[in-house]
Design a protein around this ligand. Structure first.
Ligand SMILES: [Zn+2]
Length: 400
């Protein structure tokens, strides 16, 4: 009883072991054969009982207790009584023409995604790096096929750099679409322009009308794409990026101001940190410094006030109140004569509806940014990718 159970555990279905041999002290070979009486002809689907001849094949299987396992299978060749063609019997668990079992290839996938580099995998499994490479991406493709769901109700969009194009010396970008409901990267595509998005796999995923919310940073092409192809979606602008715009404008004014001889010429001046920080979090003495500098430079004071107001708006509860505060802020910005403030106001007004949607949906792009971080880690672990398709498979497999 136990023997048959072990046999069942070790072998593939329909195979029976006959002999075990230790080839070296770390290699074990099992001799086995297939037990069924007949095979069906692949050409005309007629049952065939007539064995033409027998051949041995060596198949590599998943290692057990650090010992490499080989299956020496006595394969029969059958002759079809109908069309007279000769064919080999197929063995479940081994693809036609392959010298490894499917479970071994799946084990390669496990090793390759858990070991720190692929050289260790080749050493551990005693196989070529080519086999690791092909089996890994083939298995990733199979795994990812299991996760082909429709669009869910909330989606996050963002981009990150992929590689530098050697010909044009420009950076190529990857856009990722994150499924917020199932907590994973749904799709990744090369490029971020409208053309790239429209000619990509994004269009093949079904259920675009299911999407109710899309979170994104202030990118024109994403907005255009989402409004065109996701008819029921409400776009929410990420709050971090809005505050970043204000901080950026403030920083530019600060750099101009600090050319004044009043300041010491130092690359990492502590003033920068003071101005980026939320005013509420400054200590008493720090507030005093900020107030003093602001009193000397009115242009800095003005922009600092706008930045603090924007931070304050994000603490407001309720859509209507936030809308009112936002209108007041943009009206005040309109009265300023400075170019930087005017261009900032233009952007804020252009994205006004999306920024205000935050007070309805309360969604941020934090999760997408987190996956961006993970994507960067995957790139680093592989010392960079040359093939985008492989990168995409790895990214979707790891971020799920
Ligand atoms: Zn036949």
């Amino acid at each position: 009883m136990l023997e048959s159970q072990i046999n069942k555990f070790l072998s593939l279905p329909e195979l029976k072991f006959t002999k075990k041999r230790n080839l070296k002290n770390y290699v074990i070979e099992f001799e086995c054969y297939k037990t069924n009486e007949f095979e069906v002809c692949p050409k005309c689907a007629t049952k065939s009982y007539k064995v033409h001849d027998r051949v041995f094949v060596h198949i590599k299987d998943i290692p057990i207790r650090n010992k490499l396992i080989f299956l020496k299978i006595k394969k029969r060749r059958f002759k079809c009584p109908n069309c007279k063609s000769v064919f080999r019997e197929p063995i479940p668990g081994i693809k036609k023409g392959f010298k490894t079992t499917q479970r071994f290839r799946s084990h390669i996938r496990w090793c390759a995604s858990n070991f720190s580099d692929l050289k260790r995998v080749t050493k551990q499994l005693q196989c070529s790096s080519w086999l690791v490479y092909t089996a890994f991406y083939e298995q990733l493709k199979l795994e990812n096929k299991k996760w082909q769901n429709e669009w869910s109700s909330t989606v996050g969009v963002d981009e990150h750099s992929f590689l530098r194009n050697s010909k044009s010396h420009s950076t190529e970008f990857t856009s990722i679409f994150v499924d917020y409901n199932n907590n994973r990267v749904r799709e990744a595509i090369l490029g971020r322009s409208m053309d790239d998005l429209e000619n990509s796999r994004i269009m093949d995923i079904k259920g675009r009308e299911n999407v109710k919310n899309v979170v994104m940073d202030m990118s024109g092409s994403y907005k255009k794409f989402v409004t065109k192809h996701f008819p029921n979606a409400i776009i929410t602008c990420d709050k971090f990026h809005v505050v970043k715009l204000f901080n950026h404008a403030l920083n530019r004014i600060r750099i101009e101001v600090m050319k004044h001889p009043y300041f010491l010429k130092s690359r990492n001046s502590p003033v920068r940190r003071l101005y980026l920080k939320n005013h509420e979090r400054l200590s008493f003495s720090e507030r005093h410094v900020v107030r003093h500098i602001n009193s000397l430079f009115p242009e800095l004071k003005e922009m600092y006030k706008f930045k603090e107001r924007m931070l304050f708006i994000y603490n407001i509860k309720g859509f209507k109140r936030a809308r009112k505060a936002m209108t007041k802020l943009t009206d005040e910005m309109a009265q300023s004569g400075r170019k930087i403030v005017q261009s900032l106001r233009k952007t804020v007004v252009k994205w006004r509806r999306e920024i205000l949607n935050y007070f309805r949906t309360r969604l941020t792009n934090g999760r997408t940014e987190g996956y961006n971080r993970k994507a960067k880690l995957i790139q680093r672990k592989a010392y960079g990718y040359r093939n985008f398709e492989n990168y995409r498979l790895r990214l979707i497999y790891d971020c799920r």
